[in-house]
Design a protein around this ligand. Structure first.
Ligand code: AMP
Ligand code: ZN
Length: 112
């Protein structure tokens, strides 16, 4: 499958690893939008939240648990933002489900 994040997970495209387990892989975003910008991606290829099924809720929860653990490990005690962009209107550019962990600065609302 011609998927950028599947290639990052299998190591054929390099990345800066932040965390890894049997269900997911986390790495530094190549174009960071905050001092901490990590992507948490499931090893299973799921294009987006538009595609999740009844088998996936625990996995989606796990991605958020991992994001929270990374935030804790990076000392983001003042808070942070997790984001999942979904589909065209959601601004998703890579069609493999991922959680953005953004921290280290104050975030604005609403998003663009
Ligand atoms: P999204 O727009 O929500 O689909 O997010 C895709 C993210 O992937 C963007 O923040 C990109 O900067 C990031 N990205 C694209 N290519 C790479 C790469 N080779 N390594 C790390 N992050 C990447
Ligand atoms: Zn993929």
């Amino acid at each position: 499958m011609n998927c950028l994040f599947c290639k990052i997970i299998d190591g054929s495209i390099p990345s800066t690893k932040v965390y890894s387990d049997e269900q997911c892989y986390a790495f530094a975003d190549i174009a960071p939008q905050a001092p901490v910008h990590v992507l948490v991606v499931p090893r299973k290829h799921i294009a987006s939240l538009l595609e999740i099924t009844g088998e996936d809720p625990a996995l989606v929860g796990h991605l958020h648990w991992v994001a929270a653990e990374i935030a804790r490990e990076k000392g983001l005690t003042r808070g942070y933002r997790t984001v999942i962009n979904t589909g065209e209107d959601g601004g998703q550019t890579v069609d493999h489900l991922h959680v953005h962990l953004l921290g280290g600065r104050s975030m604005a609302w609403p998003p663009g």
